[in-house]
Design a protein. Structure first.
Length: 129
């Protein structure tokens, strides 16, 4: 029973200060026929009130977790939601790398990607002998 009272099990129990201190920028996607829709919207309101960057989207005529059910993957709404999720993941994971590459190129540090473990898309310069 103690675990149910934890903010990790039920994030709606967190205070605005806890949300501000611990929550990263968040995207919440609910569905019109989602049994957790109201809780998702309440959580989004808590985050926004606390000053956390939080975007909210609601799919129309879609059930909870419809994105992962094979029979609904061909729905235009589900496809749009999946594209949004993929774009957000790319933004979080790839944009800092692209910014770093751009900064390295502008500072004349082409090739630093290899040293830093990143993959370089720039052609390598050949040394003249």
């Amino acid at each position: 029973m103690e675990q149910r009272a934890s903010i990790t099990a039920s994030p709606l129990l967190m205070t605005q200060q806890q949300a501000k201190d611990f929550m990263p920028p968040t995207t919440i996607i609910t569905q019109q026929a989602d049994w957790l829709r109201d809780q998702g919207q309440d959580f989004a309101q808590l985050l926004q009130t606390a000053g956390v960057s939080c975007g909210v989207m609601q799919g129309v005529a879609i059930l909870h977790v419809a994105e992962v059910w094979n029979q609904t993957r061909t729905s235009p709404t589900v496809e749009l939601i999946m594209m949004l999720v993929a774009a957000k993941v790319k933004q979080v994971l790839l944009i800092p790398t692209e910014r770093a590459r751009t900064a390295q190129r502008s500072n004349g540090r082409i090739g630093a990607e290899a040293r830093d473990g990143a993959v370089s898309s720039a052609p390598k310069k050949r040394r003249r002998v």
